[in-house]
Design a protein around this ligand. Structure first.
Ligand code: ZN
Ligand code: ZN
Ligand code: ZN
Ligand code: ZN
Length: 342
């Protein structure tokens, strides 16, 4: 068995948190430790449940576990973990942190790597105890607020945004923002490429207040549907989206479908296969690109405008796609009459 290190291995804790997000296939924030612990088969108890069962107070439980927040344990015989947490005393952000911290002790191998930790906490020196807790906190910080995701979505620029998106405390968000403002870029090492891929939609989904479309395109300057420039990161946990929710908390957005290529949309020619790039009768091209000669970027099937330069697309110009205002009037006239907060 290994000896508990004298100093916390912060870098290792962060790396293992990133690897854990990849392994558990987490694709969005907030990270929900309770769900993940359940998924891992960890037995979960609240202080309330234990207090009830043993007929004692929360304070007595906290005293026994030497923590007012939470406690985890490991049974080597059955290879099973258990976590208990105080479900009443603190706000949800703090409970989430506590559970991510306990998850950290488990994932970082604190129970299996060091025999001392299997005993009650009395088996550890103050320094050993502090080292393991610092590592568990570093794990919690990264798993709840993964640096790459906050950095590349742009969320890191604002503490309130970090708080809302990750469900962490103001203090934790402040540290994260400070740390990320010192970073220039995340490299292309495999773990970051995997995280990027997993969180791509989460990081880059945009909402356009002009036409109410959602679209997932990185670095878009213009909305592909209406050509507007006011789109913003779509994250229902941000305060700005509170205004768009209905009584049931649902945010309505609009769908602008692409063309349906069974017939040529221009001349109705039915002799079209999936591989045709243009109609053999009228010459209409079936590839949507920007009409600006200097740009010519590829565009999504339902794009009316180029997201990089704002010029109309070939589909819009050729009449393959209807102008977005027509779709909006036909399909969504009821929603468009409402006053929007943007
Ligand atoms: Zn701990
Ligand atoms: Zn738009
Ligand atoms: Zn045709
Ligand atoms: Zn363009």
């Amino acid at each position: 068995m290994n000896k508990i290190p004298r100093r916390a291995r912060f870098h290792r804790a962060e790396e293992m948190a990133d690897a854990f997000l990849i392994k558990m296939n987490i694709t969005k924030l907030p990270f929900v430790p309770l769900d993940v612990l359940h998924q891992m088969g960890v037995k979960i108890n609240t202080y309330g449940k234990i207090a009830n069962r043993l007929n004692c107070s929360y304070d007595e439980i906290a005293e026994t576990f030497e923590s007012a927040d939470g406690y985890s344990s490991y049974d080597a015989d059955t290879n099973k973990y258990a976590v208990a947490y105080n479900e009443t005393k603190y706000p949800p952000e703090r409970q989430r942190w506590t559970l991510a911290h306990e998850l950290g002790h488990i994932v970082l191998g604190h129970f299996t790597e060091f025999t001392e930790t299997r005993l009650a906490r009395g088996g550890l020196t103050d320094n050993e105890y502090r080292v393991l807790d610092q590592e568990a906190d570093a794990f919690a910080s990264e798993v709840l607020a993964p640096g790459l995701v906050l950095f590349e979505s742009g969320a890191y620029r604002n503490r309130d945004t970090i708080q809302d998106v990750c469900g962490i405390s103001y203090t934790a968000a402040k540290y994260k923002a400070q740390y990320l403002s010192s970073i220039a870029a995340y490299s292309n090492v495999p773990k970051y490429m995997l995280l990027r891929k997993q969180f791509f939609e989460f990081m880059h989904i945009q909402y356009c207040p002009g036409c109410h479309a959602l679209f997932i395109i990185k670095d878009a300057d213009y909305c592909p549907i209406c050509g507007g420039v006011h789109h913003t990161w779509y994250n229902p946990n941000l305060t700005i989206f509170e205004f768009l929710k209905d009584e049931r908390g649902v945010i309505h957005h609009m769908i602008y479908p692409g063309p349906d290529f069974h017939n040529c949309p221009k001349c109705d020619n039915e002799e079209i296969s999936d591989t045709d790039a243009y109609c053999k009768i009228c010459g209409t091209t079936f590839v949507n690109t920007c009409t600006n000669e200097e740009c010519r970027a590829d565009a999504d099937n339902n794009a009316r405008y180029c997201v990089y330069c704002g010029s109309p697309t070939t589909y819009l110009q050729q009449g393959i796609l209807e102008p977005w205002t027509k779709v909006a009037n036909d399909k969504y006239s009821n929603i468009f009459s409402e006053e929007m907060p943007f």
